[in-house]
Design a binder for this molecule. Sequence first.
Ligand code: ATP
Ligand code: MG
Length: 140
Amino acid sequence: METTLTILKPDSVAAGNAGKILAHLEEEGFTLRGLRVMHLTQAQARAFYAVHKERPFYDDLVAFMTRGPVIPAALERDNAVAHLRQVMGATDSAQAEEGTVRNLYGTSIEENAIHGSDSPENAVKELAFFFGEADRIASL
Ligand code: ATP
Ligand code: MG
């Protein structure tokens, strides 16, 4: 079993799609191991996406991610990281494969409904960013 980190982005929460996306993920075999609702600060969003800080879309991305509440979740499944990336679909919602979360609920390359860790190493770091010691112990 592996655990990965997803974030239902502000567009998903504002549109009332959070419950449907969580149900979609559960139907894909993911078990919820951590879940919270929070409104990211500028500093939190900048830190979370720091890998993109030199990219031209960074300031827009931070503005988007702090526009309203988000729902970070810890998701457990075999091959969780790779499977979530498959279920999410391509970054650009317009290019996302039929039936993927971004195809169903995303609206652009930026407002693409959902985040997913891109490697097992980053999943560990991103889970630690949002979930504390008690949550990690609960998932062992
Ligand atoms: P995420 O990290 O959110 O799971 P991803 O791994 O598919 O998405 P990244 O390249 O890591 O894509 O980009 C992070 C986020 O930045 C994207 O999900 C999207 O919201 C935004 N983004 C990426 N590329 C662009 C772009 N060219 N223009 C505007 N926003 C972008
Ligand atoms: Mg990414």
